[in-house]
Write a protein that binds this ligand. Structure first.
Ligand code: NOJ
Length: 564
C-alpha cells in the first residue's frame, strides 16, 4: 500500500489524469474504435542486449517501424517480474518490469516515445493466478493461519490421496496440488506453478484494481485481461461432468461446468471497467467463445464491461472457406456491439501455416490481411503476420521451450512455433539478436523479412502497409456501415463499407480459382461507372472499375461514389 501511495505521488507530478468520460469523435467513437492493435510477444520482437531474448528497449528501437506499418496501439504480453515458467503468465510482482525485459525507466521511455509517434501501450494483466514464487503465495502457503491464506484457493482433500474434486488443469493433470507443509491442496487452472487467486476475497480485488490504476497513471492505455473466464470457481467444488475420450495429455475429457465462465466474472469486469473509465483506458478480454449470446454478455450493457472482448470467432477458423468465415463474421456482428477481430495470437498456429497451401501462400496472406483490416470494428494483428511468417515448430524435444509441448510431446507441438523471433533481415540472427535466439529462426527468414519485403512492391508487408494506410485515411473503411453482398457466393466474400457519399467495395476470393464478379451497385445507389481502384492483389479491373476478375485468393478494394 505504501508503494502505491509513493508511486501515486511521484506519478501525479508528471501525469495528468483526463477528467470524466473518455473523449469521443463526432461519430461517438472512442480512440480504440479507430485504432489497429498490434500484439507483441516481447521475448521475440527485438533483443537489444545480445542475450537472445527480446526486451523493452528493443521494442522502443522499433517504434518507427510500427508507426510506418500503420498500427496505433501495442499490446505487450506480460513483462512483469516472473520466473518465466509460462513466459510471463506467471507473475511474481505486478508493480515492476522483469529485469529480463528492462526496467521501469525503460518502460516509461517506451510509453513516452510511443506517445510521440501516436502509439499507445496496452499491458497484459494476469488476473486468475500468480506465480507460486509471488510473495503472496509464499506467505499464503506458509501456514493455515497465514493472513494471506485466503488469497488463494486452499481445500482439504476428499480423503487420503484424493484431491478436493475432479477438476483438471487446462495444462494437463489434476488442477489441485497437495502442499505437504500444511496438508491442504491448492487450486491451479493452469500449471501448478500458477496458483489461482481467490477472487471471492475482496482484498484480492482491491489490490488488483490498485495495480491497474497504478499502470494507468504510468501512461498505460489499457489492459488485455488474461484468462478472465477462469477467475471464479464454484465454492462448493462440485465435480465437473466427465465426457467420453481423453485429451492430448491423456486426461479424461471434461466439461468445465463449475470452474469456467461463471456468472460472477461479470461483476469483476464491471469493477475493472469503472477504474478503466477514469482514464479512458480500454479493456480487451481473452474471452474465447463461438456463441453470440456469450460474446454479447461480455459487453454488459455496452458501457459497463469490456469494450473489446475477443470472441476469437475468426481465430478459431481452420479452413479458408467463404461460408465458414461468413458465418463467423455474422455471429460476431450479431451482438450489435463494436466488433473485435483476431486471426492469430501467441497461443495459436500462425495463419500462414494454418491457411497456406504451399502454392499461393503470399496471396493467402494478403487475402487474410484484407479480411482482418476491412471488417467493421477493431482488428488486432499479431507480430510477424504482416510478413507472412510461418509456424516454426520444434523438431527435437531439446529445442522445446513451451512447457506445454514438453508435456504433450510429440503429439502436441503447441505454442513455440508461433513465437519465434521477428524477422527483420536476412542475417543469421534475423536482425532480432546478435546472440543465440531463444527460439530458432526458420530458414524462410532469409527472404521473408522486413528488409527484403520492404524492397518488393508486391510483398505481403507492403500490402499490409497499403491497406493500413487506406484504412487510416478512409472513414468508410474505419467506421462505415457494413453491408454484405452476394451472401450465397461459396467462394468470394464481398461487402460494401459505406460512409456518407462513399462506398468501398471489398471482394476477397477465398478459393484457388479465378472468379468473375458482378454486383448491381446502381440498385443500391452507388455509381459503378466512376469506381476507383484502392488496392488489389491478384485482381484485374477494367477501365470503368467493374465487373471484377479476381485471381486465386485475389483481393480488390474499390471506391464507388454515390449515384448523381
Ligand atoms: C492465456 C495466455 O494467452 C497463455 O499464453 C497463458 O499460458 C495462459 N493464459 C495462462 O496465463
Amino acid at each position: 500500500m505504501l508503494r502505491t501511495l509513493l508511486s501515486a505521488l511521484t506519478l501525479s507530478l508528471c501525469t495528468t489524469l483526463p477528467a470524466g468520460a473518455p473523449a469521443v469523435d463526432t461519430e461517438g467513437h472512442a480512440w480504440w474504435q479507430h485504432a489497429v492493435f498490434y500484439e507483441i510477444y516481447p521475448r521475440s520482437f527485438q533483443d537489444s542486449t545480445g542475450n537472445g531474448v527480446g526486451d523493452l528497449n528493443g521494442i522502443t528501437a522499433r517504434l518507427d517501424y510500427l508507426r510506418g506499418l500503420g498500427v496505433d496501439a501495442l499490446w505487450l504480453t506480460p513483462c512483469f517480474p516472473s520466473p518465466q515458467v509460462d513466459f510471463g503468465y506467471d507473475v511474481s510482482d505486478y508493480w515492476d518490469i522483469d529485469p529480463l525485459f528492462g526496467t521501469l525507466q525503460d518502460f516509461d521511455r517506451l510509453v513516452a516515445e510511443g506517445r510521440e509517434r501516436g502509439l499507445k501501450v496496452i499491458l497484459d494483466l494476469v488476473l486468475n493466478h500468480t506465480s507460486d514464487q509471488h510473495p503472496w503465495f509464499k506467505e499464503s502457503r506458509s501456514s493455515r493461519t497465514s493472513p494471506r491464506r485466503d488469497w488463494y484457493v486452499w481445500r482439504d482433500g476428499k480423503g487420503p490421496g484424493a484431491p478436493p474434486c475432479n477438476w483438471e488443469s487446462l495444462f494437463g493433470g489434476p488442477a489441485w496440488t497437495l502442499d505437504p507443509a500444511t496438508g491442504q491442496y491448492y487450486y491451479h487452472y493452469f500449471y501448478r506453478q500458477q496458483p489461482d487467486l481467490n477472487w471471492r476475497n475482496p482484498a484480492v480485488k482491491d489490490e488488483m484494481l490498485d495495480v491497474t490504476r497504478w499502470w494507468y497513471r504510468r501512461g498505460v492505455a489499457g489492459f488485455r485481461l488474461d484468462a478472465v473466464d477462469t477467475v471464479f470457481e464454484d465454492p462448493g467444488l462440485a465435480d465437473n461432468p466427465v465426457l467420453p475420450g481423453r485429451n492430448e495429455y491423456g486426461d479424461p475429457n471434461m466439461k468445465n461446468l463449475h470452474n469456467y465462465k461463471l456468472e460472477e466474472e461479470h461483476g469483476l469486469l464491471k469493477d475493472l471497467r469503472r477504474v478503466a473509465d477514469e482514464t479512458g483506458a480500454v479493456l480487451i478480454g481473452e474471452t474465447y467463445t463461438e456463441s453470440t449470446p456469450e460474446l454479447k454478455a461480455y459487453y454488459g450493457n455496452g458501457r459497463d464491461e469490456l469494450q473489446m472482448p475477443t470472441g476469437h470467432m475468426l481465430a478459431m477458423a481452420q479452413t479458408l472457406s467463404a461460408a465458414d468465415f461468413r458465418q463467423r463474421i455474422d455471429a460476431t456482428l450479431a451482438t450489435g456491439f463494436w466488433p473485435v477481430w483476431v486471426l492469430g495470437n501467441h497461443d495459436l498456429a500462425r495463419t500462414a501455416t494454418r491457411f497456406g497451401d504451399g502454392r499461393h501462400d503470399d496471396a493467402i496472406a494478403k487475402v487474410l490481411a484484407a479480411l482482418l483490416l476491412t471488417l467493421p470494428g477493431t482488428p488486432i494483428l499479431y507480430y510477424g503476420e504482416e510478413l507472412g511468417m510461418v509456424n516454426n515448430d520444434p523438431v527435437r524435444l531439446e529445442d522445446v521451450r513451451d512447457p506445454l509441448a514438453r508435456q504433450g510431446w510429440p503429439r502436441a507441438k503447441r505454442r513455440d512455433g508461433a513465437r519465434t523471433p521477428m524477422q527483420w533481415d536476412g542475417t543469421a540472427g534475423a536482425g532480432f539478436t546478435k546472440g543465440k535466439p531463444w527460439l530458432p529462426i526458420p530458414p524462410s527468414a532469409a527472404t521473408r523479412n522486413v528488409a527484403a519485403e520492404s524492397g518488393e512492391p508486391g510483398s505481403v508487408l507492403n500490402f499490409h502497409r497499403q491497406v493500413l494506410a487506406l484504412r487510416r485515411g478512409d472513414p468508410a473503411l474505419r467506421e462505415g456501415d457494413y453491408r454484405p453482398l452476394n451472401p450465397a457466393d461459396p467462394n468470394v466474400l464481398s461487402c460494401l463499407r459505406t460512409y456518407r457519399n462513399e462506398a468501398v467495395l471489398v471482394t476477397l476470393n477465398l478459393s484457388p480459382e479465378q472468379r468473375s464478379l458482378s454486383f448491381d451497385l446502381k440498385a443500391l445507389g452507388w455509381d459503378p461507372t466512376r469506381a476507383v481502384r484502392l488496392a488489389t492483389s491478384g485482381a484485374a479491373l477494367p477501365e470503368a472499375g467493374l465487373p471484377l476478375e479476381l485471381g486465386p485468393y485475389g483481393v480488390a478494394m474499390v471506391s464507388v461514389p454515390r449515384l448523381r
